[in-house]
Design a protein around this ligand. Structure first.
Ligand code: NDP
Length: 353
């Protein structure tokens, strides 16, 4: 029978392309999406065969919706072989109202989840925390020898000190989870209890995602054999993630990453790479963080140049290995601190109880 994979946020960008790639490789893809119609339309547009996928509603910004998703999933599938925590929102212009020039920073203040938590924290992290906890039971029933749980990180979570993208302010800072300790509800918006900043809230939520991967590995890998990993897929500067950024930024951002950071990747490439993290045996070491290095990673581009003249296929990406692998102990920044990871887990359990 077919292997099953749940992908959150599969209605767009990276998630959609990974869904397409895995469906083509013979997986049954369960698209966990908040907008049913949009997901169906997107799947059709990229040419996915209805035989190979199913959309099940899941809004990560609601505990109840996540629980309903899992219940519905279980009425149709007896086990799960892979889970991809991919969905995310990003509000780069959102600051505390009135603090910054309103015309220049029009993004307004924080938005809130069903339970009243700041939205980037709730959708990008907390919903995934609950989903992982619940679907662990289904992953344990997989007949696949090493079921996988892949959680999207990002360069701006600053887990790898050497990368340019991780040095651009506002920097991620979850601190000692002062805000989370207070429940992360209004007036608290930030994990460190500081003033609201939409761009920072996104980065902080991704630090938590990496911490979640580490904590899952620590708590469950040995006992269950499930492989937990994280990845930075490269900068896919054209996805909807940047939909709320200024038009000028949207125009310049892809070029910046093509020429300066050399981390630019197309949605399709990034989707294939994510699919490889799910399906390829080379990405089966639990606790790993795979960081895309782009052209920069091939030492000035030898491999990259070579491929421009040949066909870009999955094999190339695997063979040239432009992912840098950080083992669990090499993961840096705030996510390096095991005590903080445990604290996040415990505080999160209280919020989803
Ligand atoms: P997109 O905005 O294209 O896709 C995000 C997906 O998440 C959409 O399907 C969106 O649904 C979904 N989503 C948002 N909120 C919720 C919610 N509450 N419940 C369910 N689904 C939700 O972004 P990308 O493809 O660029 O990003 C995918 C992942 O890759 C993210 O985790 C991001 O952090 C990571 N990443 C992206 C980078 C990039 O350069 N783009 C770089 C580094 C990491 P809908 O379609 O309904 O809006």
């Amino acid at each position: 029978s077919k292997k099953t994979v749940v992908i959150t946020g599969a209605s767009s960008g990276l998630g959609l392309q990974a869904a397409k790639s895995l469906a083509q490789q013979g997986w049954q893809v369960i698209m966990a999406c908040r907008d049913f119609q949009k997901a169906e339309k997107a799947a059709k547009e990229v040419g996915m065969d209805p035989e190979n996928y199913q959309v099940i509603h899941c809004d990560l910004a609601s505990k109840q919706s996540v629980r309903n998703f899992v219940q519905t999933f279980r009425t149709m599938y007896n086990s799960l072989d892979a889970l991809v925590c991919n969905a995310a929102v990003y509000f780069p212009n959102a600051h505390k109202e009135g603090v910054i020039l309103p015309g220049l920073f029009p993004g307004g203040g924080p938005r809130w989840s069903a339970e009243g938590h700041e939205m980037s924290f709730a959708a990008n992290y907390l919903g995934h925390f609950l989903l992982c906890k619940l679907l662990l039971e289904d992953l344990k029933k997989s007949s696949f020898s090493a079921p996988r749980c892949v959680i999207l990180g990002t360069v701006t979570a600053t887990v790898n000190g050497a990368e340019l993208g991780g040095m651009i302010p506002p920097l991620a800072h979850v601190g000692n989870f002062e805000g989370l300790e207070k429940g992360m509800k209004a007036p608290v918006t930030m994990l460190d209890g500081g003033a609201f900043d939409g761009a920072k809230a996104y980065k902080d939520s991704k630090v938590c995602d990496v911490m979640l991967m580490k904590e899952l590995h620590k708590r469950y890998h040995k006992e269950t054999g499930i492989v937990f990993t994280s990845l930075y897929p490269g900068c896919i500067a054209e996805t909807n993630l940047f939909r709320e950024h200024y038009p000028l930024f949207q125009n310049l951002f892809p070029a910046f990453h093509k020429t300066v950071t050399k981390a630019y990747v197309s949605q399709e490439e990034a989707g294939q790479r994510l699919a490889a993290c799910v399906a390829d045996e080379r990405y089966g070491t639990s606790g790993s963080y795979y960081s895309w290095e782009g052209e920069a990673g091939t030492g000035g581009g030898g491999g990259r140049e070579a491929v421009q003249n040949t066909e870009k296929d999955l094999d190339w990406f695997m063979n040239y290995g432009s992912f840098r692998t950080l083992s669990i102990d090499e993961i840096g920044g705030e996510a390096a601190d095991d005590q903080r990871c445990s604290k996040l887990w415990e505080l999160s359990e209280k919020l989803v109880a």
